[in-house]
Design a protein around this ligand. Structure first.
Ligand code: NAP
Length: 467
């Protein structure tokens, strides 16, 4: 890349080749204001469009995504580097989420009668207007879907600010909504860099904000939302613990945790970033993890034999390597990997770190790359202490044969989601979200559709009985 040329911040740079593929102009404030005006105008009719009509369009979105899954998958891989099979899986998952809300939204948002002494009272769930959705690059389609499917079915309209490194994925989703017959203005993409989002939040026609991303972005957007008295939900980072119990099958636990950690080259908020095993199992676990690492193939994400993709950008790869170096300087052992892969592209070697202590930053930080951190514990209390040591509280895993015991351990982990014998997963009908600094609010499932509706009380009674 020629550093003398001034490039747009919004562009596709293929992380496998580091070549600029396409650039997009940043939208001007007047253009953004006009898009928000149109979204507000569209809300007036979309909110009154029957659920059955909305559902037809949203089902059509799902159908189109499935029909175009190969092309959509290839585009996500081009823009942010993930393995093609993972990209295609993401398209299918997103289609399932659109179908799920198209099928269930009307039932979820039906009037809710309240048990009252006199007369009648019920809650009427009503859409609130234009929602600003700010999303990251690591799941280009799924991240859009999580807020769009529920909210469009609820009758809200949406402006979407996607990450600056995946503009074509952002654009193609807007095109799909149009092709599915969504009225103009109901969903529109904004090409703006993150630093300009605060100003958008203060537009009076934006009624609420949802962001998935890092803590600094979350803090900035909630400060702006607070200053303007608007609701916000946040889905932030995570450092999921993967607690292995003494009765676990070691080979199985290694296989699941290593595959989970290498998914999307480790750039998953709910990735098993800290694997915590009993001291008596440690040597065997370490040896088997090294063996599993020896089978990893780093390479072209379009190639079906590759299982570790490049990271999303050169900067992301550099950031991960400097976190690994810092861990080494602070005394951790880099048992495998730790460096950039010697080839073009945003690659980082699959890395195994051990001997991490609370004196090191790695003990508390999220590392967003193919970095497997292995801990050992004496007893379950210590395992829980390690699991809960970070400020993150997103997902987690307990791995063991005795499900009852595993559930008891799961109850003690301070996160929004814990899976038994599986890395933190995703399904349309399961709520997704965290606690502590991983954010607040839920997406997906019945819970997700209630975040941005007004639960309005409607009360009928005779005047003398009203209280
Ligand atoms: P990021 O920098 O916060 O970017 C996420 C989005 O926020 C992008 O659209 C970005 O725009 C925008 N943004 C950046 N600064 C902003 C600001 N000051 N105000 C408003 N918007 C701003 O996040 P990232 O580092 O790329 O993404 C990875 C993080 O997201 C990780 O911590 C990961 O764990 C988390 N994540 C969480 C979930 C979850 O569900 N909990 C899911 C996926 C990822 P630009 O691209 O223009 O900067």
């Amino acid at each position: 890349m020629n550093s003398q040329v001034k490039h747009s911040p919004i562009k596709t740079v293929n992380p496998f080749t580091n070549e600029i593929v396409k650039e997009f102009d940043v939208m001007k404030p007047a253009q953004i204001a006009s898009i928000i005006d149109k979204a507000d105008e569209a809300f007036k009719s979309w909110k009154n469009t029957p659920f059955s009509e909305r559902a037809k369009i949203i089902h059509k979105v799902a159908t189109i995504m499935r029909e175009r899954k190969e092309a959509l998958g290839a585009l996500a891989t081009l823009e942010m580097g993930k393995l093609l099979a993972e990209s295609i899986y993401e398209v299918e998952l997103s289609a399932d989420i659109f179908d799920y809300y198209a099928e269930h939204a009307e039932k979820f948002l039906a009037d809710h009668p309240l048990d009252v002494k006199h007369g009648d009272a019920f809650l009427s769930y009503e859409p609130i207007g234009v929602l600003l959705s700010v999303q990251p690059w690591n799941f280009p389609y799924y991240q859009i879907t999580r807020s769009a499917a529920s909210n469009l079915m609820a009758g809200n309209t949406m402006v979407l600010k996607h990450a600056s490194n995946i503009p074509q994925c952002a654009q193609i989703m807007e095109d799909i909504f149009k092709d599915a017959g969504l009225p103009n203005g109901v969903y529109t993409n904004l090409f703006v860099p993150g630093k300009d989002v605060e100003a958008i939040v203060s537009n009076p026609k934006i009624k609420a904000v949802t962001l998935t991303g890092s803590k600094p972005a979350g803090a900035s957007i909630t400060a702006a939302a607070g200053a303007n008295v608007k609701k916000a939900t946040l889905e932030l980072g995570g450092s999921d613990p993967f607690v292995v119990l003494e009765d676990a099958d070691v080979s199985e636990a290694v296989e699941v945790s290593v595959a989970g950690r290498m998914w999307n080259a480790g750039q998953v908020c709910v990735s098993p970033k800290r694997v915590i095993v009993p001291a008596k199992m440690y040597d065997e676990f370490l040896a088997k993890t090294k063996e599993a690492f020896s089978k990893l193939v780093v390479g072209n994400p379009m190639d079906a034999t590759t299982n570790v993709a490049p990271l999303c950008t050169e900067k992301a790869a550099e950031d991960v390597v400097s976190q690994i170096q810092k861990a080494a300087e602070q005394g951790a052992t880099i048992a495998l990997g730790g460096k950039r892969v010697k080839r073009t592209g945003a690659f980082v070697e699959p890395t195994l770190i051990t001997d991490i202590t609370p004196k090191m930053d790695a003990y508390f930080e999220e590392i967003f790359g193919p970095v497997f951190m292995l801990y050992q514990y004496k007893d379950v209390d210590e395992a829980i202490e390690i699991a809960n040591a970070t400020e993150f509280g997103l997902g987690g895993t307990v791995f063991g044969k005795d499900t009852k015991k595993a559930v008891e351990v799961a109850r003690r982990i301070d996160t929004g989601m814990v899976y038994i014998n599986h890395v933190t997963g995703i399904a349309p009908e399961l709520p997704f979200g965290g606690t502590k600094e991983s954010g607040f609010g839920r997406e997906q499932s019945i819970a997700g559709i209630f975040e941005f509706v007004n639960a309005k009380l409607i009360r009928t009674t005779t005047p003398d009985k009203a209280y």
